[in-house]
Design a protein around this ligand. Structure first.
Ligand SMILES: CSCC[C@H](NC(C)=O)C(=O)O
Ligand SMILES: [Zn+2]
Ligand SMILES: [Zn+2]
Length: 429
């Protein structure tokens, strides 16, 4: 056996040390909010085989502890949405939905400093785990803010629903997408939604009021086949070359637009990435068909019809026998109002100002479950209260510090009363 310890041994040793320190600290002083969050992180709701049963059992205990009713809605066999409800004093008013997803993306253990499902807290108070940012922290912050408000004897006019959905990380097709279409969702009488956002490395908090449309498109190029030793004309490869040049040429222009503007963010430009190429038979056979797949994200301000015409013309210009097909084509471009005169945004932004939070509004660069909620006409804000934190969702060594996590509970304890006290909006009068 080598004298040098392996990566795994080092990780285990680090984990054991940090655990021992953490346990000691926990016995001495760890706050129950943090302990609950770390317990949730240890539940392996990780794709491709998320342990949703354990997450549901955990949430059932949370609801009992909060003394609030919990309902389960089966969306598909073994895919369950959980709703914990704190009824308002005027339940006829529309409710506020606090959404979080219970699933997390896979973690590659060998790249992590600690086991991604041990929820290790290091000496600096950083809590490591898959889901630490995306978005188990937010789920527990909602719970703990509500616990605090209830312990203080507060009650607000509007009902607060805590929703925990499965399968967001694989597109939400069997999760939120189904739930929003159900009569049970309608019965929740939702008026406004808080959902996930992103960390911000500066002092500011980022708040998302819309998302880019997600277009996944495969362009198929056909052409003359033949022997690999000859100059075959009109080949699939020549057409594919034109397609790739057109798509990636546009990508460069959009990148330059982003790079030369200090006030633009990723959500304001269109990104195009070549993510898959398909085709070919063997070295000496010129193939009759080749295809390229692109991940395209289009900001809400872009005219989608005009953009599709652009794709069409790139395909036409590449030659005959070039066609495209969508695997995903988001067409809804609804954004949530950030006008101060909007009752929901007005309440949200005013309370953020009162708490001295520096809020930056942006378009979310990727796709979240908020798109299903905006699609049915609901205002939804993406907000994960994590400032002074690097953006590590889906990355190795995802963490949030204990201090930022706890501060996020204070933030929700300020925001939730404001949202749950928004006076009846015109549609409710
Ligand atoms: C369109 S389904 C895929 C959803 C995924 N969401 C995130 C947050 O990574 C994405 O934007 O690729
Ligand atoms: Zn997420
Ligand atoms: Zn995610």
């Amino acid at each position: 056996m080598s004298l040098q310890s392996s990566g795994r041994q080092q990780r285990e040793a680090r984990g054991a040390n940090a655990r021992a320190e953490g346990q000691q600290q926990q016995q001495e002083e760890e706050r129950r909010e943090v302990t609950l969050f770390r317990e949730y992180l240890r539940i392996r709701t990780v794709h491709p085989e998320p342990d949703y049963d354990s997450a549901i059992a955990f949430l059932e205990r949370v609801a009992i502890d909060l003394d609030l009713p919990l309902k389960k809605y089966e969306l598909e066999p073994s895919l369950i949405a959980v709703v914990i409800t704190w009824e308002g004093s005027n339940p006829a008013l529309r409710s506020v939905l606090l959404n979080s997803h219970t699933d997390v993306v896979p973690a590659f253990q060998e790249h992590w400093q600690y086991d991604p499902f041990e929820a290790v807290k290091d000496a600096e108070g950083n809590i490591y785990g898959r889901g630490a940012q995306d978005m188990k922290s937010v789920g527990i912050q909602y719970v703990e803010a509500i616990r605090r408000l209830r312990d203080e004897g507060k009650r607000f006019p509007r009902t607060l629903h805590l929703l925990f959905v499965p399968d967001e990380e694989v597109g939400g097709f069997r999760g939120m997408s189904l739930f929003v279409k159900s009569p049970e969702f309608k019965a929740l009488n939702v008026g406004f939604v808080l959902d996930e956002g992103l960390a911000n490395p500066t002092d500011a908090y980022t708040v998302f009021y819309g998302e880019r449309s997600c277009w996944w498109v495969t362009v198929k190029c056909t052409g003359h086949p033949g022997h690999g030793s000859r100059f075959i004309t009109n080949t699939a490869a020549e057409k594919l070359q034109k397609i790739i040049n057109a798509f990636l040429g546009f990508r460069e222009k959009e990148k330059a637009r982003l790079d030369c503007s200090a006030c633009m963010t990723l959500g304001d430009v269109t990104t195009v990435n070549l993510t898959m190429v398909h085709g070919g038979v063997q070295y000496n056979v010129v193939p009759a068909e080749l295809a390229a797949s692109f991940d395209i994200r289009v900001p809400p301000a872009v005219d989608l019809q005009a953009f599709e015409q652009q794709l069409e013309s790139w395909c036409r210009e590449a030659g005959d026998g070039v066609t495209y097909e969508f695997a995903q084509k988001g067409m809804d471009q609804s954004v949530t109002s950030t006008s101060e005169s909007d009752p929901w945004w007005g309440a949200f932004s005013a309370v953020c100002r009162d708490m001295n939070l520096d809020v930056k509004t942006e378009i979310f660069p990727a796709a979240t479950d908020s798109r299903y909620l905006r699609e049915i006409g609901l205002p939804a804000i993406g907000f994960s209260p994590m400032n002074r934190t690097p953006i590590l969702l889906h990355d190795h060594n995802e963490f949030v510090s204990e201090a930022v996590f706890l501060r996020g509970i204070d933030v929700y304890a300020g925001i939730l009363p404001a949202l749950a006290s928004v006076p009846a909006v015109p549609a409710e009068q």
